[in-house]
Design a protein around this ligand. Sequence first.
Ligand SMILES: [Zn+2]
Length: 97
Amino acid sequence: MFMHISEFQEMMKQIYFKRDSERGIKGTFNWLVDEVAELGEELKGNDRIATEKEFADVIAWIASLANIMGIDLEKAALNKYPHKCPKCNASPCQCTF
Ligand SMILES: [Zn+2]
């Protein structure tokens, strides 16, 4: 089953918006930071399933934060990354490391 980023964000809004709103921007951002740290821990091991779950948590908390900020993630992502690198305007990116 395929889903646009905007559909995922809307789904998260249906499930969590009330709780996310009550927690607020700072609290929700703190959860996102914790989940990014957990992803970092999983990357040190080789448990692919656990790593997938951490990726899921990170995108879920990004969607929650965007929802309470009123930011359209799909629009934001594609505005900044319109099928090419925003720095060198190429795909694949040709920037030097
Ligand atoms: Zn580039």
